[in-house]
Design a protein around this ligand. Structure first.
Ligand code: GTB
Length: 194
């Protein structure tokens, strides 16, 4: 049985891959693991059956046998540990990839929703300096880059992002990955058929 990922039946983003499920779909595509979808409307997300999977009634969730997970970061972390392809082989490298996963969700994502442009500007500038002309944050593409790019994608076109051209190129490089393209295509096909 392949894992089951919950997604919006009628994605409000019109299939542009802006919901948190894109993180999970992309991670599964990167590691070459097929998956099934649990399609949900907003009202179905409020039902007790779904609350049993996700206490906050959000998506995505991930079901694999007797394992049920919520929180997109935890799900991507699980996939990265379970299947080869999203974490380096050495212990220190794995810990640094986890550090970048936390940085994406715990430092950059909150700064995006903080409402303070100055604060966000500062964090993005620091990230831009750190990335420099490297392709990825720390060696090969990892789960850290995957989460960081999903956070940054929401800022595309905004001055605060575009004043860091290397971050724009970083997003483009990640979006050009075949695994991302497959995940995005699956999201937009779903939206078209809704
Ligand atoms: N921390 C959780 C995680 O990472 O899994 C956050 C999950 C979350 O916020 N999920 C949202 C949700 O289920 C969907 S992605 N919301 C319903 C609810 O809270 O009741 C957030 C989102 C929503 C809409 C757009 N959009 O329209 O473009 C983009 C992203």
């Amino acid at each position: 049985m392949s894992p089951i990922v919950s997604v919006f039946k009628n994605p409000p983003d019109g299939g542009r891959g802006l919901h948190r499920d894109i993180r999970v779909r992309w991670a599964l595509e990167e590691v070459g693991q097929s998956y099934q979808l649990r399609l949900l409307t907003f009202s179905e997300m409020r039902r007790p059956e779904y609350r049993a999977l996700h206490p906050f009634g959000q998506m995505p969730t991930y079901e694999d046998g007797d394992l049920v997970l919520f929180e997109s970061g935890a799900i991507v972390h699980h996939i990265a540990q379970e299947y080869p392809g999203l974490l380096p082989l050495d212990r220190n490298g794995r810990s640094r990839a986890a550090m970048w996963m936390f940085a994406a969700l715990n430092t950059i994502e909150p700064s995006v929703s903080s409402g303070s442009i100055g604060y966000l500007q500062q964090r993005l500038h620091e990230l831009s300096v750190l990335l420099g002309e490297k392709d990825w944050l720390d060696g090969a593409f990892s789960a850290g880059d995957l989460l960081m790019v999903t956070v940054l994608r929401g800022l595309r076109g905004a001055d605060v992002l575009e004043e860091n051209p290397n971050l724009h190129r970083y997003i483009e490089r990640a979006e050009a990955r075949p695994a991302f393209q497959r995940a995005l295509m699956a999201s937009s096909n779903l939206s078209r058929s809704a």
